[in-house]
Design a binder for this molecule. Structure first.
Ligand code: NAD
Ligand code: ZN
Ligand code: ZN
Length: 377
């Protein structure tokens, strides 16, 4: 099929908030520096849901969503030397060109060329989409569009992983789990014995809690509005659960009381701007560090008193837990292979591709952490 158009099934988002429609689409061959992937497993992350709902984000339809996935390289475009057909890969929503100042910096994964761009619906090479139906283009999402049996991505957005890795498990490392774990280990960097607050106990937040456990945190305080997260959180090392609904006072005050003035580190994984502000205001003065991970609405503003910074608190944010996709993710997969990292406990549901809309229901009802979507069913 190399060089030819592939006809295959894709779940197309045609309208904001309306169920995805499984359609036969055409997927053009990969162009310069691109690869075409056969997706075997994908899963749903809350970021897909935001852009599908398009309430706080710019609408762009019709679009093929999906960015957490595992697959196999089907064919490669001109100039691609590091990947070949048959390679086992994870597509990543933010890329690594390997040459820019960011790629050369130890501190950044914000590649000048391939960093996350939520509003672009086309390939950067020629400004066109590789997906179409009846000659009409369908937009890409995050450069990955994994809710399709085949997709085209830039080769710099592909992590080549251990050929023995089970894709139905490690696909969740292509966004949520790596993001949460990296937010704690690479950005918040708690020292052994520190206290860590995690806002939002979905898969991303629970992976952040896992990071805190690995770092040797003494207390891991989980905060969520969904009471059913309390039980789940215990499996992820969360030592105390706080539901803001159970308290009359602001949640940062509740946490300050629990911790003699504030936590040492906090990681926000909700996407709610009020929770982001609380996550900052609940860290201890003098040394506290807060890390924002949740994707806010495009017009949200973060308001806090400057004195909170003068009192020596630090606020940071991250995409993809500061991991460099091509350099670091194969090693994260190895941690799973060596049993240093468990991903099974994040996988609460599995559905066939034809039932993909169920994955949205599970997430919206707060029932699932990760729902794996099998492309062959
Ligand atoms: P999820 O829906 O599974 O989990 C979010 C959790 O936050 C839920 O349990 C929900 O009850 C809780 N929550 C919502 N509002 C809250 C509030 N005000 N206070 C306390 N808890 C609240 O979602 P997820 O897939 O785990 O993603 C979490 C967030 O991380 C989303 O905003 C997503 O877009 C973002 N994300 C960011 C990156 C990145 O690179 N920065 C990567 C992946 C996901
Ligand atoms: Zn994601
Ligand atoms: Zn780069």
């Amino acid at each position: 099929m190399s060089g030819e158009v592939i006809r295959c099934k894709a779940a197309v988002a045609r309208e904001a908030g309306k169920p995805l429609v499984i359609e036969e689409v055409e997927v053009a061959p990969p162009q310069k520096m691109e690869v075409r992937l056969k997706i075997l497993f994908t899963s749903l992350c809350h970021t897909d849901v935001y852009f599908w709902e398009a309430k706080g984000q710019n609408p762009l339809f019709p679009r093929i969503l999906g960015h957490e996935a595992g697959g196999i390289v089907e064919s490669v475009g001109e100039g691609v030397t590091e990947l070949k057909p048959g390679d086992k890969v994870l597509p990543i929503f933010t890329g690594e060109c390997g040459e820019c100042r960011h790629c050369n910096s130890e501190d950044s994964n914000m590649c000048d060329l391939l960093r996350i761009n939520t509003d672009r619906g086309v390939m950067i090479n020629d400004g066109k989409s590789r997906f179409s139906k009846d000659g009409q283009p369908i937009y890409h999402f995050l450069g990955t569009s994994t809710f399709s049996e085949y997709t085209v991505v830039h080769s710099g957005c592909v992590a080549k992983i251990n050929p023995d890795a089970p894709l139905d498990k490690v696909c969740v490392l292509s966004c949520g789990i790596s993001t949460g774990m990296g937010a704690t280990l690479n950005v918040a960097k708690p020292k052994k014995g520190m206290s860590v607050a995690i806002f939002g106990l979905g898969a991303v937040g629970l992976a952040a809690a896992e990071g805190a456990r690995i770092a040797g945190a003494s207390r891991i305080i989980g905060i969520d509005l969904n009471p059913s997260r309390a039980n789940e959180a215990k499996k992820f090392g969360v030592t105390e659960f706080v539901n803001p609904k159970d308290h009359d006072k602001p949640i940062h005050e509740v946490i300050a009381e629990m911790t003699d003035g504030g936590v040492d580190r906090s990681v926000e994984c909700t996407g709610n701007v009020k929770a982001m502000i609380s996550a900052f205001e609940c860290v201890h003065d003098g040394w506290g560090v807060a890390v924002l991970v949740g994707v806010p609405n495009k017009d949200d503003e973060f308001k806090t008193l400057p004195i909170n910074f003068l009192n020596e608190r630090t606020l940071k944010g991250t995409f993809f837990g500061n991991y460099k996709p091509r350099t670091d993710i194969p090693g994260v997969v190895e941690k799973y292979m060596n049993k240093e990292l468990e991903v099974e406990k994040f996988i609460t549901h599995t559905v066939g591709f034809s039932e993909i809309n169920k994955a949205f229901d599970y997430m919206l009802k707060g029932e699932s952490l990760r729902c794996i979507i099998r492309m062959d069913a």
